[in-house]
Design a protein around this ligand. Structure first.
Ligand SMILES: Cc1cc2nc3c(=O)[nH]c(=O)nc-3n(C[C@H](O)[C@H](O)[C@H](O)COP(=O)(O)OP(=O)(O)OC[C@H]3O[C@@H](n4cnc5c(N)ncnc54)[C@H](O)[C@@H]3O)c2cc1C
Length: 506
């Protein structure tokens, strides 16, 4: 089929006016949006520039798929709600349902978090597997049509002067290599949903004469380098996932080994403050060796590398304030990374996309979302509220790096930073505190849960009994002395603590 025919065919998918929604981008936020829209529109068309691979492998539009992706429990729960049975399907396809407090050995800035069997799960798999399974489910919906190789070039304006309405999208004809207004075609829609960290929605709005949204950017200059490995035969560590957390400002380096389908490890090294991990063999290993604890290096040094090393540096926290636009046309909304993209080391992006899908669903259930001025802005305000805790966490934690650029942190944020340090320190000893911290990090509880009486009482008791505690593992740079040896009491080999999460003693 020629490109022109292809887009003409796409145009005919449009349902009667008032009945058709278009999603731009087929990553996780786009797929979830399509799933939600399928309940509210007769027809949904998802337009993706790429061609999707059959197997769970990387594709051009999803370069981050080559790096470790942690699906937080809150996000998994929302995915399961919209796509019942998804968790089981992922597990059957090779995802590993880890016991988050037992199977993950996590080196915090204050030493290893205490480990114990619990009931908090964490699904470990490649990002590409999650996308493939979610895509399969969404593609099976009878009123959703996924159009691949469809490159959106802009928005089309609704009829009538002064009507602030978007009436669809303009598709670029790729075969012709032409600009949007030469050789493309239009696809009418009552609602256009845009996603993606590199979303062009701001430019598309400007092209229609609207303002583009103001942005808040907090950049701690993080870089990733990742590679797949085959674990060595007979190598049986007492962890399934190993995480060496960065400890800014002293130690901007970290890394993670996470199991992925096919009995492989996906290893991501991360460096902040522009201390980017190299993507050549020797540099990658040297960076791993320089981490504050030797466990990660020792594991990969004896493992078989599979394929090349992928690097990524577009990791800044970026908040686009669509909710503050004075004039935002009806008929278009932004979701996922298009609105709120995070430094990925905190693992929040997919879960924030899922929260956005919930907001979209609730908004569409309300009559007001189907008419009246400013309805899109109402959606964007609700979305901003739903993701604000995740933003505070990510932007707040990033402010600890030496070279972070962004608005200064307020006094409250600075004070709470010290308190969070005390919580992290307590979580190296107390199962109850680690469990509560994990619940907050997995977005199952709000950050305020760390300030509840249960945590406060335990911290106060520790202070009373134990007095001052060990400081962070790196008040200064930990780069010197890369002999892989332990440099503080906290950085010994991970032990399996057999207390239970629900035990009263924590
Ligand atoms: C290195 C890295 C690691 C990460 N780790 C985690 C993690 O551990 N946990 C987590 O939850 N999140 C993580 N994230 C974030 C996560 O990848 C995103 O939050 C998630 O993909 C949701 O983003 P999105 O769907 O809005 O957009 P994106 O994933 O950016 O996808 C946008 C899609 O739109 C398509 N597209 C773009 N332009 C057009 C166009 N003009 N026309 C048609 N299609 C178009 C692209 O091809 C792509 O498929 C990580 C991100 C990075 C960069």
């Amino acid at each position: 089929m020629r490109a022109r025919d292809h887009f003409d065919a796409a145009s005919q998918l449009a349902g009667p006016r008032g009945r058709h929604a278009v999603v731009v981008g087929g990553s996780l936020a786009g797929m979830l949006a399509a799933r939600v829209l399928s309940d509210h529109f007769d027809d949904v068309t998802l337009l993706e520039r790429d061609r999707f691979p059959e197997a769970p492998v990387a594709r051009q539009g999803l370069p981050q798929g080559r790096h470790v992706h942690v699906l937080l429990e809150r996000g998994r729960g929302v995915l399961e709600r919209f796509l019942p049975g998804l968790t089981g399907e992922l597990v059957r396809a090779g995802a590993d349902p880890l016991d988050a407090t037992r199977d993950a050995a996590w080196m915090s800035p204050y030493g290893w978090y205490v480990r114990f069997p619990g009931d908090l799960r964490m699904l470990a798999s490649s990002r590409d597997l999650i996308d493939r399974v979610v895509r399969g489910r969404v593609a099976a919906l009878p009123n959703v049509r996924i159009q691949q190789g469809a490159d959106v070039a802009g928005l089309i304006r609704g009829p009538g002067d002064g009507a602030h309405v978007v009436a669809g999208v303009r598709l670029r004809s790729r075969a012709a290599g032409a600009e949007a207004d030469r050789g493309g075609s239009d696809l009418a829609a009552d609602l256009v949903v845009a996603d993606g960290r590199n979303s062009r929605l701001p430019e598309w709005l400007t092209a229609l004469g609207y303002e583009s949204p103001a942005e808040t950017v907090v950049n701690s200059f993080q870089g990733y380098a990742s590679r797949l490995y085959r674990p060595p035969a007979g190598f049986e560590p007492d962890w399934k996932q190993l995480y060496i957390q960065q400890a800014p400002p002293g130690d901007p380096r970290g890394g993670v080994i996470s199991p992925v389908e096919g009995r492989r490890w996906l290893v991501s090294l991360v460096g902040g403050d522009g201390d980017y991990p190299p993507t050549d063999d020797a540099g990658f290993l040297a960076f791993a060796r320089s981490l504050c604890n030797p466990a990660l290096y020792e594991a990969i040094a004896v493992a078989e590398p599979l394929g090349s090393i992928a690097g990524q540096r577009a990791t800044e926290n970026r908040l686009r304030h669509y909710d503050r636009l004075r004039l935002f046309p009806d008929g278009v909304v932004a979701v996922g990374d298009a609105v709120c993209a995070f430094n990925p080391v905190y693992g929040q992006g997919m879960t924030a996309a899922a929260l956005g899908a919930e907001v979209l669903d609730r908004w569409l259930r309300q009559k007001s979302s189907h008419g009246g001025p400013g309805r899109g802005r109402v959606f964007q305000r609700r979305l901003a509220r739903a993701t604000s805790a995740a933003w505070q966490l990510s932007a707040g934690a990033d402010s600890r790096f030496r070279t972070t650029r962004g608005p200064p942190q307020g006094r409250v944020a600075r004070l709470t930073g010290g308190y969070i340090d005390a919580v992290m320190r307590a979580a190296t000893r107390r199962p109850w505190v680690r469990r509560r911290l994990m619940e907050v990090l997995h977005m199952l509880r709000p950050p305020s849960a760390l300030f509840g009486p249960g945590v406060l009482a335990r911290l106060a008791w520790d202070r009373l009994v134990a007095g001052a505690d060990a400081g962070p593992r790196g008040g200064t740079s930990l780069r010197e002395g890369t002999d892989g040896g332990s440099r503080s009491p906290g950085r010994t080999a991970p032990d399996l603590d057999v207390k239970t999460a629900t035990g009263r003693g924590g």
